[in-house]
Design a protein around this ligand. Sequence first.
Ligand code: FES
Ligand code: MG
Length: 576
Amino acid sequence: MDATVRRSQHWFGAEGRSGMLYRSWMRNQGHGPEVFDGRPVIGIASTWSELAPCNAHLDRVAEAVKRGVWQAGGFPLVFPVMATGETLMRPTAMLYRNLIALVGEELIRANPLDGVVLLSGCDKTTPGLLMAAASVDLPTIMVTGGPMLNGKFRGADVGSGTHVWRFEAEVKAGRMSVAECAIAEGGMARSNGHCMTMGTASTMACVAEALGMQLPGSAAWPAVDARRYETAQAAGQRIVALVEEDLRPSAILTHGAFHNAIRANAAIGGSTNAVVHLLALAGRVGVDLRLDDFDRLVREVPTLADLMPSGRFLMEDFCYAGGLPVVLRRLSEAGLLDDAALTVTGDTVAANVATAECWNDEVIRTVAEPLQPAGSGTAVLRGNLCPDGAVLKQSAATPELLVHEGRAVVFDSPEDYHAVCDDDDLDISATDVIIVRGAGPKGYPGMPEVANVPIPTRLLRQGVTDMVRISDGRMSGTGFGTVVLHVSPESAVGGPLALVRTGDRIRLDVPARTLDVVLTDAELAERAAQWSAAGHTADTSGYRWLYREHVLQADAGADFDFLVGRRGAAVPRDSH
Ligand code: FES
Ligand code: MG
């Protein structure tokens, strides 16, 4: 392709039979010939779906983006990328994050686009689309769909996700009736939008903003707020300029941008899932990001946002307090931000947030008086139980359990645990450590959010509210508890987690960043020699086969091995 000619003109500006094919069929939508005059063609990648309720309004967000593109002199075209909803998809939406990325990448590259606007919302749709766009590297801007309005039950705020676990525990403990719970269920999701706790969707929306991939303030506007649509329109206008400036993700997704995203995630008390997604995204753009960088970078960062599940408030409150720009400004003023990182505005992140004002210091605390002190962010653990690492979200854990030794009670799958956790005669006490394995990327497959299994019912009734739990799976960003996640290597590939037996002693020391089973290397080696992968379901065909064959471990972001890296936007051949 001639690099001096706009990419879309290789299609729409073509002469002869090919050009006629490219233009003629597009005119069946009523476009006049002027749309092919060389103006930037903007693809709007939408993860709209009624099966992904958090994204069900993205068709209307797309309309606002289109308006902005037209206003700025571009030619907008909306196209669907597969949507994944956390709530309905089995065995887990995470099984499909890489598929979104794969489909998104191929659709962007295969079509006559000069720039892309990414519309996402529910957890996996944001990282999936970012990974797709990063691998193609055309000018890109993201617009997340915004959170739901605050949930309400009996006049009090209810957080989506977070209160599912709370209400479940209340009902099991006999403090809430099933009928009351059914009413609460109806008040939890009151409007369009994604989870309004600082779960994974809100986290990834903030991460996208901190990375510089969406406009300042974009992450927090509620899905139903008129400003959400104004922001989307502004993004539509801006993408046309981004194409003219040829500002691409490769110039934005730098080491500094990841540094900022990791620190912002700590300051908002964000989801542990950001760890896996950022590692995968970094792999796409060739930024050398390691699991240990997450621990190192967050040690100096206090938690500023008082949002569920770590704190009290919800995304609507966060928005009205000033949203992520306030957090970024406070980090910048404390010297904790890479100020020079470039963003889709064309300005640096520091310039974007220099005048951000906070309207509620209770919701977004100052660095001097934080919600939780520096060092309370996500910790990366190492030890003979997790040689390639594991993570624990300190801000959502019980401080007294962060240093703990206890007896392992081991379950080979989440189902095995659920089958017995309500039994009154289950041999377990509050100081035991619950191990749920078989929940890693290959093992489940798809690394589901099952690690924060409920406390055994008998102990719940005794008033126990937290126990140490360890898993090779993930935890919902809305979840909480002293839960060690993402243990790598996972049990299905024979990681040490596969070798632990009920009765072994487990030592967790979060301040020292260690997680060990009290066994000698020789004892572990002896058990490893006896271990076999037999019993782990082996899919022999279909997408699950592909997934199991090619998924990387959690410490590498659980991307597919063959999708790591940037492949660019070039298309070698014509279609006719
Ligand atoms: Fe979609 Fe929480 S279920 S964002
Ligand atoms: Mg989730």
